[in-house]
Design a protein around this ligand. Structure first.
Ligand SMILES: C[S@@+](CC[C@H](N)C(=O)[O-])C[C@H]1O[C@@H](n2cnc3c(N)ncnc32)[C@H](O)[C@@H]1O
Length: 242
């Protein structure tokens, strides 16, 4: 696996890559079948996949895909998905496990996708490694690559604190992550050009320690950006029994 390190990268990005390169194989083995026992994860991914398909399909990227288990699940749900991850070792693991899928090394802080080229974007427990002051820039990058009407799905641990670990998945590592308040993330998504359509919280399931959040947001069109209330979500909510 080639070491990818750019001189202009911040320390936190280098630390995250180094940590996930270290744990990649163990992480892949421990998480490979986790979706099978996570019905609410599958429910959110199914809702996302169905929404993309209903809207006519299109290219989907899972950013921070790790060993590719979520990308593979989205593929099985019928999506045209590629995985992108900061860690070359994670991408090597994903390619070995799912050779029929495409995976690329890259960072959500500067995506290679063209503007408005994606129908969907999933960041499944990966924005947790972006320091909160930098998260609005990442959400602006998500808005850049999603086409108007495109969907963004986020999953993350709820809270408002930094966690720092020195051991993970059986290896010594140095890694920071952030528990995040869903309301602040929703506000930042709105400011970045999204309409938040689904906010789901669930209680922790062992070994989780805190509630888990899922946010589904739709990239607004240029017209919606001028009139933020004119979204598909509001139109659905106008029914007689809502
Ligand atoms: C907790 S793992 C989740 C992996 C996968 N989504 C899953 O659920 O199995 C976080 C992943 O995000 C990746 N990651 C962290 N920061 C990233 C960034 N700036 N760009 C792309 N990937 C990143 C890490 O390398 C790691 O593979």
């Amino acid at each position: 696996v080639a070491i990818v390190r750019r001189v202009d990268e911040p320390d936190w990005l280098i630390e995250t890559r180094t940590a996930y390169d270290t744990v990649a194989q163990s992480y892949a083995e421990m998480l490979r079948d986790a979706l099978a026992t996570s019905p609410w994860d599958r429910a959110m991914l199914a809702g996302f996949a169905e929404s993309i398909t209903t809207a006519g399909g299109g290219a989907v990227v899972e950013v921070g895909c790790g060993p590719g288990r979520v990308s593979a699940h989205l593929h099985d749900l019928g999506l045209d998905v590629r995985g992108v991850d900061l860690s070359p070792a994670m991408i090597a693991s994903a390619r070995a496990a799912y050779p029929h899928l495409g995976f690329d090394v890259g960072s959500m802080t500067g995506m290679k996708a063209d503007p408005a080229s994606l129908a969907g974007l999933v960041a499944w427990y990966s924005i947790i490694h972006i320091p909160p002051p930098r998260q609005p820039e990442v959400f602006a990058e998500f808005a850049r690559v999603l086409r108007p009407g495109g969907l963004l799905l986020l999953a993350f641990q709820v809270g408002d604190e930094r966690r720092h670990i020195t051991e993970g998945y059986g290896h010594p590592v140095t890694l920071s992550s952030y528990r995040l308040p869903p309301e602040r993330i929703a506000d930042q998504l709105t400011a970045a050009g999204f309409t938040v359509e689904v906010r789901t919280l669930r209680e922790p399931v062992d070994p989780e320690k805190v509630p888990q959040a899922y946010l589904l947001a739709q990239r607004r069109t240029s017209e919606d950006l001028r009139h933020p209330s004119a979204t598909i979500g509001c139109a659905i909510g106008d029914g007689p029994l809502t």
